[in-house]
Design a protein around this ligand. Structure first.
Ligand code: BES
Ligand code: MN
Ligand code: ZN
Length: 503
């Protein structure tokens, strides 16, 4: 499932005077041109400074100016992009600058040369690599199902090329290989979330995971018979109304030889959530093709980690099901025995994600004795009411672990906010007939959902739950994403591993 149109190929070269095509330079306020920019302006007979003056372009951050066909040679256009102060160590700020560069310099056709100097300052090879990653993230699109554009069949586009001119280009290339591994994970997550559910059922999703074997990931797929044997009745109950069988996928990345407890990521993979018998209203239901956004983040993170050969042991688990109303679907009032042995009264079949995660959590602890677990799920509308589309909610049985996740989010722009857990909320899911019920009433819906999951975490296991219902899709367009699916979580999980579980 390749991203369409293709994202540009980014290469790095030592600085040299560009003589053709499209060129983009970064200016400080003034506009203040860089050394390479000044040399280019001179070669073009001063047309860049004259155009800036005529257009009253002052190099204000985020503002850009396009100068067409300056000079007498083969330079087709020059873009000036105003850039404010950027902190040297703030990698995400450089990635976002890459996004702005793509936004300003890539509409239209042809290849682009980027002069990586910022006003009077040079750009380090690592910063240039981050710019390259940002250019690709911003250039993502999902147009595979569009057969017409403006009434015409769109031409098969070939990938464009962006050349970044920077000193120490070899170092930049190496750093870029790492950032681009992460981009490939984000792209996979976006593709899967954007894909409609008729094309992406549990089996098709599992097949996507199997493709990671090429990267050295060990992939195991449990079918319904195998899950039945394990006692995963809560997960299976969600899928029992669907014509498409459920799957549980395990992806193991062993980046270090020595045996050590892995960190484990678990994703909710509801390929479509109708609500089941507790059916959802029609308006907006199409968005529920994205109810596998947690699983998409997990497979995306596994792809990123394996591609960049992370020195850590990481396991990704995805519960893949479809929640449909049907003659065989589960009913409100049904009581199921989860793999942990605990019984659940199903009050609302639309609170299905927690049923899937309950068994995935038990399975993860039984099979891998993980050092820590992070589950990601588009779990509740309530988290969107609380935090909007700007932050995911983080719940954890260890404040210090939640803090690590929040920190990884700040560094990558996958923002997350620490939310509470406590026994007072836990009471709200006690059931009259079973050990617990799957909804906690009107208030604090995101918290009671997290309390439910907490009941499946064994004593001593470090665990965090991320409710990504507001961030996996429908977030506002920004420097790095103009589409519907965001790829939220991939960069955060990659950073969490890099900062706390690698070497
Ligand atoms: N997948 C939904 C949550 C959701 C809503 C995700 C909007 C993304 C956007 C989840 O399965 C659900 O339906 N949750 C219910 C729980 C309720 C029945 C306790 C909800 O939030 O309304
Ligand atoms: Mn639901
Ligand atoms: Zn759901």
């Amino acid at each position: 499932m390749p991203a369409t149109p293709p994202m540009p190929n980014v290469t790095f070269q030592e600085p040299a005077q560009p003589a053709e095509g499209a060129v983009l330079l970064l200016t400080g306020e003034g506009p203040e041109l860089s050394a390479m920019g000044k040399a280019l302006d001179e070669a073009l007979g001063g047309q860049l400074t004259r155009a800036a003056k005529a257009a009253e372009f002052e190099g204000k951050p985020g503002k850009s100016l396009e100068v067409l066909a300056p000079g007498n040679g083969d330079i087709a256009r020059v873009f000036l992009l105003g850039v404010g102060e950027i902190e040297a160590e703030d990698e995400n700020a450089w990635i976002k600058l890459g996004g702005e560069i793509a936004g300003a310099g890539l509409p239209g056709e042809g290849d682009l040369t980027v002069l990586a100097e910022l006003g009077a300052d040079s750009v380090t090879p690592e910063q240039a690599a981050a710019i390259g990653a940002g250019i690709r993230l911003r250039s993502y699109g999902f147009e595979k199902y569009k057969t017409k554009k403006n009434g015409k069949k769109p031409a098969k586009k070939k990938a464009r090329s962006v050349k970044i001119l920077v000193g120490d280009s070899k170092v930049a290339k190496k750093a870029y290989a790492r950032s681009n591994a992460i981009v490939s994970g984000v792209t996979l997550a976006r593709d899967l979330v954007n894909e409609p559910a008729n094309a992406l059922g549990p089996e098709e999703f599992a097949a996507e995971a199997q493709k990671l074997e090429e990267l050295g990931v060990t992939v195991t797929v449990l079918d319904e018979a195998a899950m039945k044997k394990e006692g995963m009745n809560a997960l299976l109950a969600v899928g029992q109304g669907s014509g498409r069988p459920s799957r549980l996928v395990t992806m193991e990345w062993k980046g270090v030889k020595k045996k050590s407890a892995p960190v484990c990521f678990i994703g909710k993979g509801v390929v479509f959530d109708t609500g089941g018998i507790s059916i959802k209203p029609a308006a907006g239901m199409e968005d529920m093709k994205g109810d596998m956004g947690g699983a998409a983040a997990v497979i995306g993170a596994m792809k990123a980690l394996a591609t960049r050969k992370a020195k850590a042991n990481v396991v990704g688990i995805m519960g893949l099901v479809e929640n449909m109303p049907d003659g065989l679907a589960q009913r409100p009032g049904d009581i199921v025995t989860a793999m942990s042995g605990q019984t659940i009264e199903v009050i609302n079949t639309d609170a299905e994600g927690r049923l899937v995660l309950a068994d995935a959590l038990t399975y993860a602890q039984k099979m891998f004795k993980p050092a820590a677990i992070v589950d990601l799920a588009t779990l509740t509308g309530a988290i969107i009411v609380a935090l909007g589309h700007q932050n995911a909610g983080v719940f954890s049985n260890e404040d210090a672990f939640a803090a690590k996740i929040v920190e990884a989010g700040k560094k990558t722009g996958d923002l997350a906010w620490h939310m509470p857990l406590s026994s007072e909320y836990d009471k709200l899911i006690d059931s009259r007939f079973a050990d617990m019920k799957n909804t906690g009433g009107r208030w604090a819906g995101a918290v009671t959902a997290a309390q439910f999951l907490h009941r499946f975490v064994e004593n001593g296991t470090t665990w965090a739950h991320m409710d990504v219902a507001g961030t996996a899709f429908s977030s506002p367009a920004n420097e790095l994403n103009q589409g519907w699916a965001s790829g939220y979580g991939v960069r955060l999980l990659d950073r969490l591993v890099a900062d706390h579980y690698e070497g």
